[in-house]
Write a new protein. Structure first.
Length: 557
Protein backbone atom coordinates (compact mmCIF):
# COMPACT_ATOMS: atom_id res chain seq x y z
CA UNK A 1 0.00 0.00 0.00
CA UNK A 2 1.58 3.24 -1.18
CA UNK A 3 0.17 5.62 1.43
CA UNK A 4 -1.13 4.76 4.89
CA UNK A 5 -3.43 7.78 5.32
CA UNK A 6 -6.05 6.92 2.64
CA UNK A 7 -6.17 3.33 3.84
CA UNK A 8 -6.50 4.38 7.49
CA UNK A 9 -9.40 6.67 6.59
CA UNK A 10 -11.11 4.08 4.40
CA UNK A 11 -10.71 1.33 7.01
CA UNK A 12 -12.02 3.59 9.78
CA UNK A 13 -15.14 4.50 7.82
CA UNK A 14 -15.76 0.91 6.77
CA UNK A 15 -15.23 -0.38 10.29
CA UNK A 16 -17.76 2.07 11.71
CA UNK A 17 -20.33 1.29 9.01
CA UNK A 18 -19.81 -2.46 9.45
CA UNK A 19 -20.09 -2.18 13.23
CA UNK A 20 -23.41 -0.33 12.99
CA UNK A 21 -24.74 -2.81 10.44
CA UNK A 22 -23.62 -5.88 12.38
CA UNK A 23 -24.93 -4.55 15.68
CA UNK A 24 -28.36 -4.03 14.15
CA UNK A 25 -28.60 -7.82 13.71
CA UNK A 26 -26.74 -8.92 16.84
CA UNK A 27 -29.55 -9.20 19.35
CA UNK A 28 -32.64 -10.08 17.36
CA UNK A 29 -33.98 -13.05 15.44
CA UNK A 30 -33.18 -15.83 17.93
CA UNK A 31 -32.71 -19.33 16.50
CA UNK A 32 -33.64 -21.84 19.25
CA UNK A 33 -32.46 -25.12 17.70
CA UNK A 34 -28.94 -23.85 16.92
CA UNK A 35 -28.30 -21.45 19.77
CA UNK A 36 -29.89 -23.79 22.27
CA UNK A 37 -27.44 -26.57 21.35
CA UNK A 38 -24.48 -24.18 21.57
CA UNK A 39 -25.59 -22.86 24.95
CA UNK A 40 -26.26 -26.33 26.35
CA UNK A 41 -22.75 -27.52 25.46
CA UNK A 42 -21.21 -24.37 26.94
CA UNK A 43 -23.18 -24.84 30.17
CA UNK A 44 -21.90 -28.38 30.57
CA UNK A 45 -18.30 -27.28 29.98
CA UNK A 46 -18.82 -24.49 32.52
CA UNK A 47 -19.94 -27.19 34.97
CA UNK A 48 -16.62 -29.02 34.52
CA UNK A 49 -17.58 -31.62 31.91
CA UNK A 50 -15.54 -32.45 28.81
CA UNK A 51 -17.08 -32.60 25.32
CA UNK A 52 -17.30 -36.11 23.82
CA UNK A 53 -16.25 -37.77 27.09
CA UNK A 54 -19.11 -36.60 29.29
CA UNK A 55 -21.69 -35.58 26.69
CA UNK A 56 -22.30 -35.74 22.96
CA UNK A 57 -20.79 -32.67 21.31
CA UNK A 58 -21.98 -31.74 17.82
CA UNK A 59 -18.64 -30.25 16.78
CA UNK A 60 -14.98 -30.58 17.79
CA UNK A 61 -15.56 -28.86 21.13
CA UNK A 62 -13.31 -25.82 21.11
CA UNK A 63 -16.22 -23.44 20.63
CA UNK A 64 -17.95 -24.83 23.72
CA UNK A 65 -14.93 -23.78 25.80
CA UNK A 66 -15.02 -20.29 24.27
CA UNK A 67 -18.72 -19.89 24.99
CA UNK A 68 -18.24 -21.26 28.51
CA UNK A 69 -15.76 -18.43 29.08
CA UNK A 70 -18.33 -15.95 27.76
CA UNK A 71 -20.91 -17.36 30.18
CA UNK A 72 -18.42 -16.95 33.01
CA UNK A 73 -17.68 -13.34 32.04
CA UNK A 74 -21.05 -12.10 30.77
CA UNK A 75 -23.56 -14.44 32.34
CA UNK A 76 -25.35 -17.61 31.29
CA UNK A 77 -27.53 -16.16 28.56
CA UNK A 78 -27.78 -16.34 24.79
CA UNK A 79 -26.68 -12.73 24.40
CA UNK A 80 -23.25 -13.79 25.69
CA UNK A 81 -22.84 -16.05 22.66
CA UNK A 82 -24.02 -13.29 20.34
CA UNK A 83 -21.55 -10.85 21.93
CA UNK A 84 -18.63 -13.16 21.16
CA UNK A 85 -19.78 -13.57 17.56
CA UNK A 86 -20.12 -9.78 17.22
CA UNK A 87 -16.60 -9.28 18.59
CA UNK A 88 -15.04 -11.73 16.14
CA UNK A 89 -17.09 -10.24 13.30
CA UNK A 90 -15.61 -6.83 14.08
CA UNK A 91 -12.08 -8.26 14.21
CA UNK A 92 -12.82 -9.87 10.86
CA UNK A 93 -13.34 -6.49 9.15
CA UNK A 94 -9.70 -5.26 9.22
CA UNK A 95 -8.46 -8.68 8.10
CA UNK A 96 -10.72 -8.45 5.07
CA UNK A 97 -9.52 -4.92 4.36
CA UNK A 98 -5.83 -5.80 4.58
CA UNK A 99 -6.33 -8.50 1.96
CA UNK A 100 -8.53 -6.46 -0.37
CA UNK A 101 -6.23 -3.42 -0.20
CA UNK A 102 -3.45 -5.44 -1.81
CA UNK A 103 -5.36 -5.43 -5.08
CA UNK A 104 -7.52 -2.33 -5.28
CA UNK A 105 -7.51 1.34 -4.16
CA UNK A 106 -8.73 2.24 -0.63
CA UNK A 107 -12.27 3.20 -1.62
CA UNK A 108 -12.78 0.02 -3.64
CA UNK A 109 -11.22 -2.07 -0.86
CA UNK A 110 -13.76 -0.59 1.54
CA UNK A 111 -16.62 -1.52 -0.76
CA UNK A 112 -15.23 -5.05 -1.09
CA UNK A 113 -15.18 -5.37 2.70
CA UNK A 114 -18.74 -4.13 3.04
CA UNK A 115 -19.82 -6.60 0.37
CA UNK A 116 -18.12 -9.42 2.28
CA UNK A 117 -19.81 -8.35 5.51
CA UNK A 118 -23.22 -8.09 3.86
CA UNK A 119 -22.91 -11.61 2.46
CA UNK A 120 -21.84 -13.16 5.76
CA UNK A 121 -22.86 -13.00 9.43
CA UNK A 122 -25.93 -10.70 9.24
CA UNK A 123 -27.73 -13.30 7.14
CA UNK A 124 -27.74 -15.80 10.03
CA UNK A 125 -26.58 -14.12 13.22
CA UNK A 126 -26.11 -17.23 15.33
CA UNK A 127 -22.79 -18.23 16.86
CA UNK A 128 -22.36 -21.34 14.74
CA UNK A 129 -18.85 -22.73 14.21
CA UNK A 130 -18.92 -22.26 10.43
CA UNK A 131 -18.66 -18.48 10.94
CA UNK A 132 -15.49 -19.00 12.95
CA UNK A 133 -14.14 -21.31 10.24
CA UNK A 134 -14.64 -18.39 7.85
CA UNK A 135 -13.00 -15.90 10.23
CA UNK A 136 -10.01 -18.12 10.96
CA UNK A 137 -9.48 -19.00 7.29
CA UNK A 138 -9.35 -15.27 6.53
CA UNK A 139 -6.99 -14.59 9.45
CA UNK A 140 -4.81 -17.47 8.28
CA UNK A 141 -4.76 -16.21 4.70
CA UNK A 142 -3.65 -12.78 5.94
CA UNK A 143 -0.86 -14.43 7.97
CA UNK A 144 0.32 -16.31 4.87
CA UNK A 145 0.28 -13.05 2.90
CA UNK A 146 2.39 -11.45 5.62
CA UNK A 147 4.80 -14.35 5.26
CA UNK A 148 5.11 -13.49 1.57
CA UNK A 149 5.87 -9.89 2.56
CA UNK A 150 8.50 -10.69 5.18
CA UNK A 151 9.63 -14.27 4.42
CA UNK A 152 9.57 -14.88 8.18
CA UNK A 153 8.50 -18.32 9.35
CA UNK A 154 6.75 -17.01 12.41
CA UNK A 155 3.92 -15.96 10.11
CA UNK A 156 3.70 -19.56 8.90
CA UNK A 157 3.35 -20.62 12.53
CA UNK A 158 0.62 -18.01 13.06
CA UNK A 159 -1.16 -19.22 9.91
CA UNK A 160 -0.97 -22.74 11.29
CA UNK A 161 -2.39 -21.59 14.63
CA UNK A 162 -5.48 -20.30 12.87
CA UNK A 163 -5.78 -23.65 11.12
CA UNK A 164 -5.57 -25.54 14.40
CA UNK A 165 -8.09 -23.24 16.05
CA UNK A 166 -10.41 -23.60 13.07
CA UNK A 167 -10.29 -27.39 13.40
CA UNK A 168 -11.03 -27.13 17.13
CA UNK A 169 -14.14 -25.13 16.29
CA UNK A 170 -15.33 -27.58 13.64
CA UNK A 171 -13.55 -30.39 11.82
CA UNK A 172 -14.05 -28.70 8.44
CA UNK A 173 -11.18 -26.45 9.49
CA UNK A 174 -9.06 -29.04 7.68
CA UNK A 175 -10.22 -27.44 4.42
CA UNK A 176 -8.26 -24.28 5.20
CA UNK A 177 -5.28 -26.37 6.34
CA UNK A 178 -5.37 -28.28 3.04
CA UNK A 179 -5.54 -25.02 1.08
CA UNK A 180 -2.52 -23.68 2.95
CA UNK A 181 -0.53 -26.86 2.29
CA UNK A 182 -1.33 -26.72 -1.43
CA UNK A 183 -0.28 -23.06 -1.42
CA UNK A 184 3.06 -23.88 0.22
CA UNK A 185 3.67 -26.58 -2.39
CA UNK A 186 2.96 -24.07 -5.16
CA UNK A 187 5.14 -21.47 -3.45
CA UNK A 188 8.10 -23.85 -3.34
CA UNK A 189 7.87 -24.39 -7.08
CA UNK A 190 7.69 -20.67 -7.76
CA UNK A 191 10.70 -20.14 -5.53
CA UNK A 192 12.74 -22.75 -7.38
CA UNK A 193 15.37 -21.51 -9.86
CA UNK A 194 14.09 -21.36 -13.45
CA UNK A 195 17.53 -21.80 -14.97
CA UNK A 196 17.00 -23.88 -18.12
CA UNK A 197 20.46 -25.36 -17.69
CA UNK A 198 19.31 -27.18 -14.56
CA UNK A 199 17.87 -30.66 -14.94
CA UNK A 200 14.11 -31.10 -14.72
CA UNK A 201 12.85 -32.21 -11.31
CA UNK A 202 11.18 -35.37 -12.59
CA UNK A 203 10.84 -36.85 -9.12
CA UNK A 204 9.12 -33.74 -7.81
CA UNK A 205 6.79 -33.68 -10.82
CA UNK A 206 5.81 -37.32 -10.28
CA UNK A 207 5.15 -36.74 -6.57
CA UNK A 208 3.05 -33.66 -7.26
CA UNK A 209 1.07 -35.45 -9.96
CA UNK A 210 0.41 -38.37 -7.61
CA UNK A 211 -0.52 -36.01 -4.79
CA UNK A 212 -2.90 -34.10 -7.05
CA UNK A 213 -4.51 -37.34 -8.19
CA UNK A 214 -5.00 -38.53 -4.62
CA UNK A 215 -6.43 -35.14 -3.65
CA UNK A 216 -9.00 -35.22 -6.45
CA UNK A 217 -9.93 -38.80 -5.52
CA UNK A 218 -10.48 -37.65 -1.94
CA UNK A 219 -12.79 -34.91 -3.18
CA UNK A 220 -14.69 -37.44 -5.27
CA UNK A 221 -14.88 -39.73 -2.26
CA UNK A 222 -16.28 -36.87 -0.20
CA UNK A 223 -19.19 -36.23 -2.58
CA UNK A 224 -19.65 -39.86 -3.69
CA UNK A 225 -22.75 -40.48 -1.52
CA UNK A 226 -24.55 -37.71 -3.42
CA UNK A 227 -22.58 -37.61 -6.65
CA UNK A 228 -24.28 -35.40 -9.26
CA UNK A 229 -23.12 -32.92 -11.92
CA UNK A 230 -23.65 -29.86 -9.70
CA UNK A 231 -21.81 -31.46 -6.77
CA UNK A 232 -18.87 -32.25 -9.05
CA UNK A 233 -18.88 -28.70 -10.44
CA UNK A 234 -18.99 -27.02 -7.03
CA UNK A 235 -16.93 -29.35 -4.86
CA UNK A 236 -14.54 -31.30 -7.10
CA UNK A 237 -13.72 -29.08 -10.08
CA UNK A 238 -12.37 -26.09 -8.08
CA UNK A 239 -10.00 -28.25 -6.05
CA UNK A 240 -9.03 -30.15 -9.19
CA UNK A 241 -8.27 -26.87 -10.96
CA UNK A 242 -6.00 -25.76 -8.12
CA UNK A 243 -4.12 -29.08 -8.14
CA UNK A 244 -3.94 -29.02 -11.94
CA UNK A 245 -2.32 -25.59 -11.81
CA UNK A 246 0.30 -26.87 -9.35
CA UNK A 247 1.16 -29.82 -11.60
CA UNK A 248 1.16 -27.71 -14.78
CA UNK A 249 3.42 -25.12 -13.18
CA UNK A 250 5.82 -27.85 -12.06
CA UNK A 251 5.84 -29.43 -15.53
CA UNK A 252 6.58 -26.08 -17.15
CA UNK A 253 9.19 -24.63 -14.79
CA UNK A 254 10.17 -27.23 -12.21
CA UNK A 255 13.94 -27.64 -12.10
CA UNK A 256 16.63 -28.34 -9.54
CA UNK A 257 17.92 -31.23 -7.38
CA UNK A 258 15.25 -33.25 -5.60
CA UNK A 259 16.92 -32.98 -2.17
CA UNK A 260 17.27 -29.22 -2.36
CA UNK A 261 13.68 -28.73 -3.37
CA UNK A 262 12.38 -31.21 -0.81
CA UNK A 263 14.23 -29.36 1.95
CA UNK A 264 12.86 -26.04 0.71
CA UNK A 265 9.33 -27.45 0.96
CA UNK A 266 9.68 -29.30 4.27
CA UNK A 267 10.89 -26.31 6.30
CA UNK A 268 7.79 -24.11 5.76
CA UNK A 269 5.50 -27.13 6.11
CA UNK A 270 7.04 -27.90 9.50
CA UNK A 271 6.56 -24.32 10.67
CA UNK A 272 2.95 -24.31 9.52
CA UNK A 273 2.31 -27.79 10.91
CA UNK A 274 3.71 -26.79 14.30
CA UNK A 275 1.16 -24.00 14.42
CA UNK A 276 -1.67 -26.40 13.60
CA UNK A 277 -0.60 -28.98 16.17
CA UNK A 278 -0.04 -26.52 19.05
CA UNK A 279 -3.68 -25.65 19.89
CA UNK A 280 -4.90 -29.14 19.04
CA UNK A 281 -2.34 -30.60 21.44
CA UNK A 282 -3.46 -28.27 24.24
CA UNK A 283 -7.09 -29.23 23.60
CA UNK A 284 -6.30 -32.96 23.72
CA UNK A 285 -4.19 -32.77 26.88
CA UNK A 286 -7.01 -33.44 29.40
CA UNK A 287 -8.23 -36.32 27.23
CA UNK A 288 -4.74 -37.82 27.21
CA UNK A 289 -4.50 -37.54 30.98
CA UNK A 290 -7.94 -39.08 31.43
CA UNK A 291 -7.45 -41.81 28.83
CA UNK A 292 -10.41 -40.72 26.73
CA UNK A 293 -8.83 -40.02 23.33
CA UNK A 294 -11.07 -42.70 21.83
CA UNK A 295 -14.11 -40.61 22.81
CA UNK A 296 -12.70 -37.63 20.92
CA UNK A 297 -12.06 -39.74 17.82
CA UNK A 298 -15.58 -41.11 17.92
CA UNK A 299 -17.17 -37.70 18.52
CA UNK A 300 -15.16 -35.78 15.93
CA UNK A 301 -14.86 -38.28 13.07
CA UNK A 302 -17.40 -41.11 13.47
CA UNK A 303 -20.64 -39.59 14.74
CA UNK A 304 -20.64 -36.57 12.37
CA UNK A 305 -20.46 -38.94 9.40
CA UNK A 306 -23.53 -40.78 10.64
CA UNK A 307 -25.41 -37.53 11.21
CA UNK A 308 -24.60 -36.29 7.72
CA UNK A 309 -26.08 -39.45 6.22
CA UNK A 310 -29.47 -38.16 7.37
CA UNK A 311 -28.88 -34.41 6.96
CA UNK A 312 -28.45 -33.29 3.37
CA UNK A 313 -29.67 -30.55 1.07
CA UNK A 314 -28.93 -30.56 -2.64
CA UNK A 315 -27.64 -27.77 -4.85
CA UNK A 316 -29.97 -26.04 -7.33
CA UNK A 317 -30.57 -27.84 -10.66
CA UNK A 318 -27.87 -27.67 -13.33
CA UNK A 319 -29.89 -25.33 -15.55
CA UNK A 320 -29.65 -22.59 -12.91
CA UNK A 321 -26.03 -22.03 -13.93
CA UNK A 322 -27.47 -20.06 -16.86
CA UNK A 323 -28.47 -17.30 -14.43
CA UNK A 324 -24.80 -16.79 -13.56
CA UNK A 325 -23.58 -16.37 -17.14
CA UNK A 326 -23.48 -12.53 -17.00
CA UNK A 327 -21.27 -12.65 -13.90
CA UNK A 328 -19.09 -15.37 -15.39
CA UNK A 329 -18.69 -13.37 -18.61
CA UNK A 330 -17.45 -10.32 -16.71
CA UNK A 331 -14.92 -12.49 -14.90
CA UNK A 332 -13.69 -14.19 -18.04
CA UNK A 333 -13.71 -11.21 -20.41
CA UNK A 334 -12.88 -8.00 -18.56
CA UNK A 335 -13.26 -4.96 -20.82
CA UNK A 336 -11.95 -1.45 -20.24
CA UNK A 337 -14.58 1.14 -21.12
CA UNK A 338 -14.26 4.92 -21.22
CA UNK A 339 -15.06 6.46 -17.85
CA UNK A 340 -18.18 8.21 -19.16
CA UNK A 341 -19.49 4.94 -20.56
CA UNK A 342 -18.69 3.18 -17.29
CA UNK A 343 -20.64 5.82 -15.37
CA UNK A 344 -23.64 5.28 -17.65
CA UNK A 345 -23.38 1.52 -17.23
CA UNK A 346 -23.04 1.97 -13.48
CA UNK A 347 -26.22 4.04 -13.44
CA UNK A 348 -28.10 1.29 -15.27
CA UNK A 349 -26.73 -1.33 -12.87
CA UNK A 350 -27.79 0.75 -9.86
CA UNK A 351 -31.31 1.04 -11.26
CA UNK A 352 -31.45 -2.71 -11.86
CA UNK A 353 -30.20 -3.42 -8.34
CA UNK A 354 -32.76 -1.01 -6.91
CA UNK A 355 -35.46 -2.87 -8.81
CA UNK A 356 -34.20 -6.18 -7.45
CA UNK A 357 -34.18 -4.85 -3.88
CA UNK A 358 -37.73 -3.55 -4.24
CA UNK A 359 -38.83 -6.91 -5.66
CA UNK A 360 -36.86 -9.05 -3.22
CA UNK A 361 -40.01 -10.38 -1.55
CA UNK A 362 -41.16 -11.91 -4.84
CA UNK A 363 -40.08 -15.53 -4.87
CA UNK A 364 -38.99 -15.66 -8.57
CA UNK A 365 -36.72 -12.63 -8.07
CA UNK A 366 -35.30 -14.08 -4.86
CA UNK A 367 -34.52 -17.40 -6.54
CA UNK A 368 -33.01 -15.70 -9.59
CA UNK A 369 -30.57 -13.77 -7.39
CA UNK A 370 -29.51 -16.91 -5.55
CA UNK A 371 -29.15 -18.89 -8.76
CA UNK A 372 -26.96 -16.16 -10.24
CA UNK A 373 -24.45 -16.13 -7.38
CA UNK A 374 -24.13 -19.79 -6.40
CA UNK A 375 -21.88 -20.86 -9.34
CA UNK A 376 -19.52 -17.88 -8.95
CA UNK A 377 -17.05 -19.83 -6.78
CA UNK A 378 -16.21 -22.57 -9.30
CA UNK A 379 -16.26 -20.00 -12.11
CA UNK A 380 -13.89 -17.63 -10.30
CA UNK A 381 -11.47 -20.43 -9.39
CA UNK A 382 -11.42 -21.92 -12.89
CA UNK A 383 -10.99 -18.53 -14.56
CA UNK A 384 -8.31 -17.55 -12.05
CA UNK A 385 -6.35 -20.75 -12.65
CA UNK A 386 -6.61 -20.32 -16.42
CA UNK A 387 -5.37 -16.74 -16.06
CA UNK A 388 -2.34 -17.95 -14.10
CA UNK A 389 -1.54 -20.44 -16.86
CA UNK A 390 -1.95 -17.86 -19.64
CA UNK A 391 1.51 -16.74 -20.85
CA UNK A 392 0.39 -13.17 -21.59
CA UNK A 393 -1.55 -12.85 -18.33
CA UNK A 394 1.16 -14.43 -16.20
CA UNK A 395 3.75 -12.13 -17.75
CA UNK A 396 1.89 -9.12 -16.33
CA UNK A 397 2.10 -10.42 -12.77
CA UNK A 398 5.06 -10.24 -10.46
CA UNK A 399 5.92 -13.61 -8.84
CA UNK A 400 4.62 -12.39 -5.49
CA UNK A 401 1.29 -11.34 -7.00
CA UNK A 402 0.88 -14.78 -8.60
CA UNK A 403 1.38 -16.35 -5.18
CA UNK A 404 -1.13 -14.00 -3.58
CA UNK A 405 -3.75 -14.83 -6.18
CA UNK A 406 -3.11 -18.55 -5.95
CA UNK A 407 -3.51 -18.46 -2.17
CA UNK A 408 -6.88 -16.73 -2.37
CA UNK A 409 -8.05 -19.08 -5.10
CA UNK A 410 -7.03 -22.13 -3.05
CA UNK A 411 -8.71 -20.88 0.13
CA UNK A 412 -11.91 -20.08 -1.80
CA UNK A 413 -11.91 -23.40 -3.68
CA UNK A 414 -11.57 -25.53 -0.56
CA UNK A 415 -13.43 -23.20 1.77
CA UNK A 416 -16.53 -23.62 -0.39
CA UNK A 417 -16.64 -27.28 0.67
CA UNK A 418 -18.45 -26.04 3.78
CA UNK A 419 -21.58 -26.24 1.60
CA UNK A 420 -21.40 -30.03 1.35
CA UNK A 421 -23.56 -32.01 2.01
CA UNK A 422 -26.06 -29.47 3.33
CA UNK A 423 -26.06 -26.97 0.46
CA UNK A 424 -28.80 -24.73 1.75
CA UNK A 425 -28.49 -21.09 0.68
CA UNK A 426 -27.10 -19.86 4.00
CA UNK A 427 -24.17 -22.26 3.66
CA UNK A 428 -23.05 -20.29 0.62
CA UNK A 429 -22.67 -17.30 2.95
CA UNK A 430 -20.11 -19.25 4.99
CA UNK A 431 -17.82 -19.15 1.94
CA UNK A 432 -19.02 -16.10 -0.03
CA UNK A 433 -16.44 -13.64 1.39
CA UNK A 434 -13.61 -15.99 0.40
CA UNK A 435 -14.97 -16.05 -3.14
CA UNK A 436 -15.23 -12.26 -3.21
CA UNK A 437 -11.61 -11.91 -2.06
CA UNK A 438 -10.48 -14.46 -4.64
CA UNK A 439 -11.79 -12.11 -7.29
CA UNK A 440 -9.89 -9.16 -5.83
CA UNK A 441 -7.73 -8.94 -8.94
CA UNK A 442 -10.54 -7.52 -11.08
CA UNK A 443 -8.75 -4.16 -11.35
CA UNK A 444 -5.60 -5.94 -12.49
CA UNK A 445 -7.67 -7.79 -15.14
CA UNK A 446 -8.95 -4.45 -16.37
CA UNK A 447 -5.50 -2.92 -16.49
CA UNK A 448 -4.21 -5.95 -18.37
CA UNK A 449 -6.88 -5.17 -20.98
CA UNK A 450 -5.73 -1.54 -21.16
CA UNK A 451 -2.09 -2.55 -21.52
CA UNK A 452 -2.48 -5.29 -24.13
CA UNK A 453 -5.91 -5.42 -25.75
CA UNK A 454 -6.21 -1.73 -26.66
CA UNK A 455 -4.04 -0.20 -29.37
CA UNK A 456 -2.72 3.24 -28.33
CA UNK A 457 -4.10 6.06 -30.46
CA UNK A 458 -1.52 8.60 -29.38
CA UNK A 459 0.98 9.62 -26.73
CA UNK A 460 1.37 12.14 -23.92
CA UNK A 461 4.81 13.50 -23.03
CA UNK A 462 4.94 14.20 -19.30
CA UNK A 463 7.30 16.09 -17.02
CA UNK A 464 9.30 14.45 -14.23
CA UNK A 465 6.82 15.45 -11.53
CA UNK A 466 3.92 13.85 -13.36
CA UNK A 467 5.91 10.68 -14.01
CA UNK A 468 6.73 10.39 -10.32
CA UNK A 469 3.12 11.06 -9.30
CA UNK A 470 1.79 8.38 -11.66
CA UNK A 471 4.51 5.74 -11.39
CA UNK A 472 5.57 6.07 -7.75
CA UNK A 473 2.62 7.60 -5.89
CA UNK A 474 -0.19 5.93 -7.82
CA UNK A 475 -1.95 9.21 -8.54
CA UNK A 476 -4.07 10.33 -11.47
CA UNK A 477 -2.55 12.32 -14.32
CA UNK A 478 -3.47 16.02 -14.23
CA UNK A 479 -3.25 18.56 -17.09
CA UNK A 480 -0.36 20.40 -15.41
CA UNK A 481 1.95 17.42 -15.97
CA UNK A 482 1.40 17.15 -19.75
CA UNK A 483 4.12 18.78 -21.88
CA UNK A 484 3.22 17.65 -25.41
CA UNK A 485 0.67 15.55 -27.32
CA UNK A 486 1.19 13.10 -30.19
CA UNK A 487 -1.48 11.70 -32.49
CA UNK A 488 -5.20 12.23 -32.83
CA UNK A 489 -7.39 10.53 -30.24
CA UNK A 490 -10.80 10.90 -28.71
CA UNK A 491 -12.28 10.63 -25.25
CA UNK A 492 -11.79 7.13 -23.83
CA UNK A 493 -9.00 6.18 -26.22
CA UNK A 494 -5.85 4.47 -24.98
CA UNK A 495 -2.68 6.60 -25.04
CA UNK A 496 0.96 6.05 -24.13
CA UNK A 497 2.53 8.05 -21.29
CA UNK A 498 6.16 8.99 -22.01
CA UNK A 499 8.57 10.39 -19.44
CA UNK A 500 11.30 13.02 -19.89
CA UNK A 501 13.78 10.28 -20.86
CA UNK A 502 11.62 9.26 -23.85
CA UNK A 503 10.61 5.93 -22.28
CA UNK A 504 7.00 4.78 -22.19
CA UNK A 505 6.20 4.07 -18.55
CA UNK A 506 2.39 3.88 -18.53
CA UNK A 507 -0.79 3.62 -20.59
CA UNK A 508 -4.27 4.83 -19.87
CA UNK A 509 -7.68 5.98 -21.07
CA UNK A 510 -7.94 9.74 -21.59
CA UNK A 511 -10.85 11.94 -20.54
CA UNK A 512 -10.17 14.59 -23.20
CA UNK A 513 -9.56 14.62 -26.96
CA UNK A 514 -6.17 15.45 -28.42
CA UNK A 515 -7.41 18.89 -29.49
CA UNK A 516 -8.72 19.63 -26.00
CA UNK A 517 -5.51 18.48 -24.35
CA UNK A 518 -3.46 20.66 -26.64
CA UNK A 519 -5.30 23.66 -25.18
CA UNK A 520 -5.04 22.68 -21.51
CA UNK A 521 -1.62 20.98 -21.34
CA UNK A 522 0.56 22.36 -18.57
CA UNK A 523 -2.21 24.34 -16.86
CA UNK A 524 -3.72 23.96 -13.41
CA UNK A 525 -6.98 22.06 -13.12
CA UNK A 526 -8.90 25.20 -12.14
CA UNK A 527 -7.98 26.77 -15.51
CA UNK A 528 -9.53 23.98 -17.61
CA UNK A 529 -13.07 25.32 -17.61
CA UNK A 530 -11.90 28.83 -18.53
CA UNK A 531 -9.89 27.53 -21.50
CA UNK A 532 -12.41 24.99 -22.82
CA UNK A 533 -15.68 26.49 -21.62
CA UNK A 534 -16.39 23.30 -19.66
CA UNK A 535 -14.57 20.71 -17.55
CA UNK A 536 -15.24 17.05 -18.25
CA UNK A 537 -12.95 15.86 -15.47
CA UNK A 538 -10.22 17.06 -13.13
CA UNK A 539 -7.96 14.28 -14.40
CA UNK A 540 -6.55 13.75 -17.85
CA UNK A 541 -6.35 10.05 -16.94
CA UNK A 542 -7.87 8.73 -13.73
CA UNK A 543 -5.63 6.41 -11.72
CA UNK A 544 -8.11 3.55 -12.14
CA UNK A 545 -7.62 3.93 -15.90
CA UNK A 546 -3.81 3.97 -15.66
CA UNK A 547 -1.50 0.98 -15.85
CA UNK A 548 2.14 1.52 -14.96
CA UNK A 549 4.58 -0.48 -17.07
CA UNK A 550 7.67 -2.22 -15.75
CA UNK A 551 11.13 -1.93 -17.19
CA UNK A 552 10.33 -4.63 -19.74
CA UNK A 553 7.16 -2.89 -20.86
CA UNK A 554 4.86 -5.11 -18.87
CA UNK A 555 2.31 -3.88 -16.33
CA UNK A 556 3.51 -3.88 -12.77
CA UNK A 557 1.45 -5.87 -10.30
Amino acid sequence: MRSAAPHALSLSVVWIVAAIYLHSFAYRGWIPHDEGCLAHSAERVLAGELPHRDFDELYTGGLSFLYALSFEALGVKLTSIRAVLLLFSLLYVPALYLIAARFVPPAIAGLVVLLCVAWSVPNYFAGLPSWYNLFFATFGAQALLRHLDTDRRRWLFVAGLWGGLSFLVKSIGVYYVAAAVVFLVYREQNGAPHDRQLARSTGVLVLKALGAGVFVLLLLGLVRPRLAPMEVLHFVVPGGAICGLVVWSEWRDGRGPFRVRAARLVRPLLAFGAGVVAPVGVFLLPYCVGGSLRDVWRGVFILPRRRLEAAAFGLPPAWTVLAALPFIATLAFPIALPRRVEQAVLGIVVLLLAGIVMSANHEPVFHAVWYSVRPICPAAVIIGCLALTSPSRAATLAPKRRLELFLLLAVAALGSLVQYPYSHGIYFCYAAPLVILADGDRLAHRKHWIAYALKPSGALHLDAGAEHAVAESGRSLLPSGVRAIEGSFGVGDCVRCIGPDGREFARGLVNYTAAELDKIKGVHTREVERLLGYKASDEVIHRDDLVVLGTAGTPEA
